[in-house]
Design a protein around this ligand. Structure first.
Ligand SMILES: Nc1ncnc2c1ncn2[C@@H]1O[C@H](COP(=O)(O)OP(=O)(O)OP(=O)(O)O)[C@@H](O)[C@H]1O
Ligand SMILES: [Mg+2]
Length: 289
């Protein structure tokens, strides 16, 4: 089974972006930028001119730097980042994903062809959009068709790379499409999609690399995820709702609630997880049709 880009949901930036964006003008001071970030609980803002054209970005890092140099009274114009990467509303979210991944930006302004600000996205919107897409589409589409057991017997395999957020959701969305084609009941597809998404993200977030294999038989779905990575020292602890070792950077992207493993277990009829600390983790689940 190939898992090329065609399987990525065809979501566009426009569908997930924030449209009420907090912005600042270049003549405001760094002190004012700091205060706005504190009040709005954000870590950066586009700097716009009178015509809403984006002329820079000011981030919390710029504020800290100004603070260090006792330059909070300096105009934002002098301290902002002027080389701004941006995306267009019609861009696919994979464009945004690869920019976030390559440059580790906290945010990307969304601009029209005239460089006028129309929105903003952070990795959180991208991931939330992707996750919502995976679940929503299924509720809307709910293909209730049935096919005979003899038509069912497929194996899908995906290679997962730690840290590669470009791939986020590919295994889950491809499996979901396949189950829909086969005519599996929507509530079963929903469980399978959630479990697969959580399992693949755990490898992307916590491990070095792994293989996710999904075997579809006439009466059940079997998913195994074998990874190479740090493993889990205390599985009982990792299984607890709310337990997470995800660093702040990952939490900013909307992960790290410590819900993944409990959700996988809840979604499956059989659940098994083994791990060798320092070597890797093996997850195996079954979902009955
Ligand atoms: N494949 C893995 N390799 C190494 N550690 C893992 C793996 N999967 C889970 N863990 C560990 O178990 C913890 C709990 O995992 P779980 O999926 O429940 O939560 P999370 O990934 O931290 O957050 P969330 O899934 O809610 O985004 C993780 O924080 C991590 O320490
Ligand atoms: Mg997780």
């Amino acid at each position: 089974m190939n898992n090329d880009k065609h399987d990525l949901p065809s979501l566009t930036v426009k569908e997930i972006m924030i449209t009420s964006v907090v912005t600042v003008f270049p003549e405001m001071t760094m002190g004012e930028a700091k205060e706005i970030m504190r009040l709005k609980n954000i870590t950066g803002m586009p700097v716009i001119d009178k015509n809403r054209k984006v002329i820079g970005v000011v981030s919390i890092a710029d504020v800290f730097q100004a603070l260090d140099e006792h330059k909070l009274d300096a105009p934002i114009r002098e301290r902002m980042t002027v080389k701004v990467h941006s995306v267009k509303p019609e861009d696919s979210i994979s464009v945004a994903l690869s920019l976030f991944r390559r440059y580790q930006f906290g945010r990307l302004p969304v601009v029209d062809d005239g460089n006028t600000l129309v929105g903003l996205i952070t990795p959180k919107e991208v991931i939330a959009g992707l996750a919502a897409f995976l679940k929503l589409e299924e509720i809307n589409e709910g293909d209730l068709g049935t096919k005979s057991g003899s038509e069912i017997n497929r194996t899908l395999e995906f290679h997962l790379q730690g840290g590669n957020f470009d791939q986020a959701g590919i295994a889950a969305s491809t499996l979901k499409k396949t189950l829909q084609e086969i005519g599996i009941r929507p509530e079963i597809i929903r469980k399978a999609t959630i479990a697969t998404y959580e399992a693949e993200m755990n490898v992307v977030i916590h491990a070095d690399e792994g293989i996710l294999k999904a075997v579809i038989t006439a009466d059940k779905l079997k998913i195994s995820v074998n990874d190479r990575g740090p493993g889990i020292a205390n599985i009982e602890e990792a299984m607890q709702v709310g337990f997470s070792t995800a660093p702040d950077k990952i939490r900013e992207m909307g992960f790290g609630a410590g819900m993944g493993l409990p959700n996988i277990k809840k979604s499956s009829d059989y659940f098994k997880i083994d791990s060798l600390p320092g070597k890797g983790t093996d997850l195996y689940i079954e979902i009955n049709f």
